[in-house]
Design a protein around this ligand. Structure first.
Ligand code: SF4
Length: 380
């Protein structure tokens, strides 16, 4: 199929079967209908019972979709349930204190998602009278909502045949239809959107199930590695399986090599209070809390020129903990040390119970957990 590159906006508008019939040859149309039908039947029998699938409330569906970006379902479930208990309505979310919102999001990462979401909730209160907009373009115009999320809300909450395309759907469609090329390239991406649009248009009454079946197949069966082709509902139609080219789809350019980075965090204590600071707006993880820390450049460390942390004196050579984590292609080692603040240092002094109420950067929350555990052990 020739990709419809010039119709990106058009792609959000649902086509219908007569339009598909005009554009696609009969065998290809029949194949897509069978793919769509197989997916819908499979989804009815195999979909997981997830809390956001028990509702058609667009607010709940929107929150679940934002949480699920870059995050696994099993991680999201307790976050989602706690969120809906504490901020059960769009109005409650719109007026919530930003620190409360960050605390509810603490640990999910990519905090700009939730900041944009709260801005969107406030726009809905102001411009749409507190009712979640049903129109696709109105949803897409909200802060932080892209084509995928707008399509997911339109189809799942309002049963409108809008396509979706995320990592799972890209993988599934690339393999079934043998879509060659990097999915991020404009032409390949347009081809994938067109396929997603064709499938969701085949039976507009079942568009919610169709979109969710693509997501679910990508999560449970057509996974990045160790795909379960033997139980896949579309194996009869799958190009990658037929051609024995499973590892080739979706095609990706080679990854940039990972960068090693090292940070030192300083745990300064005054009686039962610890020094912490809040990240500035505009920084990564803006407005979250952390222990004072510096990045140690590998070269400086080797040359013995590491004097960036002169505001603190290390009190014990052995670190409290070493925490390894990754952010995109950065492999980060964070070492936390007991330290003495040398003179006036920016930040605030707080007790452990007070710190537990603040939204912390994930790696620093682990340091806090160790301090809390040690404090507990000291009195028991
Ligand atoms: S047959 Fe295998 S590769 Fe093809 S869609 Fe199913 S799980 Fe994915």
């Amino acid at each position: 199929m020739r990709p419809n590159i010039g119709a990106v906006r058009q792609a959000e508008k649902p086509s219908n079967s007569p339009a598909l019939q005009r554009r696609l040859a009969a065998p290809e149309l029949l194949r897509r209908r069978r793919v769509a039908r197989s997916l819908i039947v499979w989804f009815a029998r195999n979909s997981r019972d997830l809390p956001w699938r028990r509702t058609h409330d667009p607010y709940a569906i929107w929150i679940s979709e934002i949480m699920l970006q870059q995050t696994q379902v099993k991680t999201v479930i307790p976050y989602f349930e706690r969120w809906m208990r504490q901020l059960p309505t769009l109005a409650a979310f719109a007026r919530a204190r930003p620190q409360k919102v960050l605390k509810l999001w603490e640990g999910l990462g990519y905090y700009s998602r939730v900041r944009h979401a709260q801005a969107a909730a406030q726009v809905i209160m102001r411009r749409h009278g507190g009712r979640f907009p049903r129109n696709f373009d109105d949803i897409l115009a909200l802060p932080g909502i892209g084509r995928y999320t707008a399509g997911a809300i339109s189809s799942i909450a309002f049963n409108q045949p809008a396509p979706i395309l995320d990592g799972n759907v890209i993988r599934v469609l690339s393999r079934i239809f043998g879509v060659e090329g990097n999915p991020r390239d404009k032409q390949t991406n347009a081809t994938l959107w067109q396929l997603a649009r064709d499938l969701v248009s085949i039976d507009p009454a079942r568009c919610s199930d169709l979109n969710q079946s693509l997501m679910e197949l990508g999560a449970l069966v057509c996974t990045p590695r160790q795909m379960k082709c033997a139980v896949c509902p579309v194996r009869k139609f799958c190009f990658a399986l037929r051609e024995d080219r499973l590892a080739e789809f979706p095609m990706r350019p080679p990854r940039a090599p990972a960068t090693e980075r090292r940070f030192m965090a300083f745990v300064a204590r005054k009686q039962n209070r610890f020094l912490v600071r809040q990240r500035l707006g505009g920084a990564v993880n803006a407005h979250l809390w952390e222990f004072p820390n510096v990045e140690i450049a590998v070269k400086e460390e080797k040359d013995g020129k590491d004097n960036k942390h002169r505001a603190f004196q290390i009190a014990q050579a052995r670190p409290i903990c070493r925490i390894r984590h990754s952010i995109t292609r950065h492999r980060i080692l964070l070492e936390a040390y007991h330290a003495r603040a040398a003179g006036e240092t920016p930040g605030v002094w707080k007790t452990i119970p007070q710190l537990k109420h603040l939204p912390f950067v994930s790696a620093h929350r682990k340091i806090l957990a160790i301090l809390a555990r040690d404090a507990f052990m000291a009195v028991h």
